[in-house]
Design a protein around this ligand. Structure first.
Ligand code: HEC
Length: 153
């Protein structure tokens, strides 16, 4: 019986050693999981792009209306471009891509890694817009039902 107790303690010690070693590794989020990258992209977007392209990418930031050309609605444009095209316009700016000079070049401001993080974030706009639209349609349906006396069903 005593041997069994020793055996169990031994096994528990090994399990403890193995699991505590695993926790020495950096948290998964820091290993570059998409979520982490998207929140980095969000930070960069808010810092560098929001005042022209607007909070939800609609091209309606506070600076948008004083520009000779309205900033692109990223909800519409981003799904139509591939990553290379998005990369090119952010790093080179509008002029080199036969677009308005009002779209700045970020070659000297952002690293390639940061631009990749930004692109990941730009792709979330369309999804959010679709979600908002669905929620709106959902509510409109409910409002109609309430109007027709079918509420609370
Ligand atoms: C000073 C205002 C301004 C800022 C800041 C700005 N943009 Fe733009 N952006 C524009 C304008 C204006 C256009 C439209 C150019 C055109 O259609 O001729 C544009 C277009 C774009 C496009 C669409 C290009 C295409 O292929 O049609 C993307 C993508 C874009 N911007 C991303 C960004 C990102 C990412 C940032 C931040 C790092 C940013 N922009 C910052 C003004 C701005």
């Amino acid at each position: 019986m005593k041997i069994l107790k020793y055996l169990i303690t031994f096994v528990l010690l090994i399990i403890f050693a193995v699991t505590s070693k695993a926790s020495d590794k950096p948290p998964l989020a820091l290993a570059g999981l998409p979520d982490f990258t998207i929140s980095q992209g969000q930070y960069l977007y808010q810092r560098y792009c929001l005042f022209c392209h607007g909070e939800n990418g609609g091209g309606d930031g506070q600076n948008a209306f004083s520009l000779p050309k309205r900033p692109a609605d990223l909800n519409e444009v981003v799904p139509e471009r591939n990553d290379e095209q998005l990369f090119a316009v952010i790093i080179q700016g509008g002029v080199k891509n036969i677009l308005s000079p009002a779209m700045p070049s970020y070659e000297l401001t952002l690293s390639k890694q940061q631009i990749r993080q930004l692109i990941l974030y730009l792709k979330t706009f369309r999804k959010k817009q679709e979600l908002r639209r669905e929620m709106l349609l959902d509510n409109t349906d409910k409002i109609k039902k309430v109007g027709a006396g079918e509420g609370n069903t």
